[in-house]
Design a protein around this ligand. Sequence first.
Ligand code: FPP
Length: 243
Amino acid sequence: MMNKENIPKHIAVIMDGNGRWAKQRGKSRVFGHKNGVVAVNDFVECSAEIGVKYLTLYAFSSENWNRPDYEVNALMQLLVVTIKKEIDKLNKNNIRLQVIGDVESLPSKTRKILLEAIKSTENNDRMTLILALSYSSKWEIMEAVKSIAKKVENNEISSDQVTEELFEQHLNTSDYPDPELLIRTSGENRISNFLLWQIAYSELYFTDKLWPDMRKADLIDAIEDYQSRERRFGKTSEQIESA
Ligand code: FPP
């Protein structure tokens, strides 16, 4: 049974396996992505219902630009259509949309609708849905390093003011807590350049299910698994128990 008192505040998801799901059905990879949206809706709804405050979805990595043009274009188009379709529902459900990643690199149509949706939902406070788009963690970390280096160079800060806290303030995720739980689907046990800094103490959950097959019950399964673990943050069990 899921413990309603111990819901992760932030869940991050690597949505993997759309291509294989489509291939199993003799369809194009794009068919898999379209069906992936069904799982996205389920995860967003379920997360809001059970009181998750932040849900981050890895929708498009920096490396995904290397896929065939038709697939990249279809994904960008799918984002436009889906965001357009879902803005009202996000507002009705009091969900705020945010983005992490290199927004400038997105096609102008995708960027435009995304920024519109972010603006239109900015005051919602039940849950924050964060899309990682054209995102990679090494890119994000390098951007932070460069902007801190610039500040040191311009004598705005001194090098001994460069602390973990300052570094975190320069990440795209500066407004969000670190995820307690990271889920990856499709049987791949990798992190693939996702939130490397932020998952230092996250619990990792891997499932063989392909992303388009994921439903609310699968999210609950992942949360129950998370709840069965003991998070020690480098301390001993005894220290945790007596705290
Ligand atoms: C990985 O599967 C999935 C992606 C690269 C895209 C994810 C996008 C969506 C689920 C749809 C749009 C999202 C939103 C938020 C509206 P893969 O193609 O790598 O699958 P494979 O490993 O089986 O080839």
